[in-house]
Design a protein around this ligand. Structure first.
Ligand SMILES: Nc1ncnc2c1ncn2[C@@H]1O[C@H](COP(=O)(O)OP(=O)(O)OP(=O)(O)O)[C@@H](O)[C@H]1O
Length: 259
């Protein structure tokens, strides 16, 4: 069943006398429980699209529905994880994870239990009382994932969540996300520049064109699950990666020649 339906979405930014056409006729259908990954050349509008789905930006045309209801603004039904760490520095790890639940009025005991469950899921139970400043980048992103999931969102929106991490930590986080998704099966819309990351994680990789961005191709990734990094050495992995690389190369070269 379709969870998210994006139909004919357009976005033009108007600043002073200039305008930037960021997205043009975006059509995308994401199924319930799908782990969908978007890749595209730099500046093609990936973050803009995710921000529109999050309700943080308003589309200038088209429509977006989640569970057949129009998205008109931000809501707790969509959890966000950004590249930059967005934890509250004055709250402990546990309090950060509980934050959204507290706002919703969930009783203290219940929210503590929920927070503990998700901290356990991301392997941070023993850091519950720690302040964010004492955590590494990877640990902060684990907290951000636990915090987003604790609100039981209908969808998790992830914008380059591992982009600021070192290569080794990034691999660990990719496997952690796969593990979390195997257990929770939350529908995820994930943006990345990293083609290996896209193929490792995705049910489907959606390749965007150069700006103004459109969804150029949907590539189904049928690699067996559960997955871990061993899958990256398989011939199937290489062949999907090559297909995506060629599409992105074509888009980037055309964009460069247009400048
Ligand atoms: N608030 C804004 N005002 C004006 N232009 C904007 C705004 N936000 C984004 N843009 C422009 O819209 C286009 C798409 O930007 P966006 O950040 O969505 O691309 P992206 O694909 O996420 O880029 P990258 O891969 O480099 O992170 C760019 O040309 C950008 O300069």
């Amino acid at each position: 069943m379709s969870k998210l339906l994006i139909t004919g979405v357009e976005k033009t930014f108007y600043t002073g006398n200039s305008e930037v056409e960021a997205l043009k006729d975006i059509n995308l259908q994401i199924d319930e429980n799908e782990l969908a990954v978007i890749v595209g050349p730099s500046g093609c509008g990936k973050s803009t699209l995710l921000n529109i789905v999050a309700g943080l930006e308003q589309a200038t045309g088209g429509s977006i529905t989640m569970n057949q209801k129009n998205i008109t603004g931000p809501g707790a039904d969509r959890g966000m994880v950004f590249q930059s760490y967005t934890l509250f520095p004055w709250l402990t790890v546990q309090e950060n994870v509980e934050f959204g639940l507290k706002i919703k009025g969930v009783p203290a005991k219940e929210r503590q239990e929920i927070a503990r469950h998700y901290l356990d899921l991301v392997g941070l139970s023993s850091f519950a009382a720690t302040l964010p400043k004492a955590l590494s980048g990877g640990m902060k992103q684990r907290v951000a994932i636990a915090r987003a999931l604790a609100n039981k969102p209908e969808m998790l929106l992830m914008d380059e969540p591992f982009g600021a991490l070192d290569a080794q930590t990034r691999l660990v986080m990719q496997e952690l996300l796969l593990n979390v998704w195997e257990k929770e099966h939350t529908t995820i819309l994930f943006i990345t520049h990293d083609i290996d990351e896209a193929v490792l994680l995705a049910d489907n990789v959606y390749v965007m064109s150069r700006r103004p961005g459109r969804i150029r191709t949907k590539i189904k990734v049928s690699l067996p699950r559960p997955r871990d990094h061993r899958v990256t050495v398989s011939p199937e992995f290489s062949s999907i990666k090559k297909e995506i690389m060629e599409l992105l190369w074509e888009e980037s070269m055309t964009a460069a020649n247009e400048k």
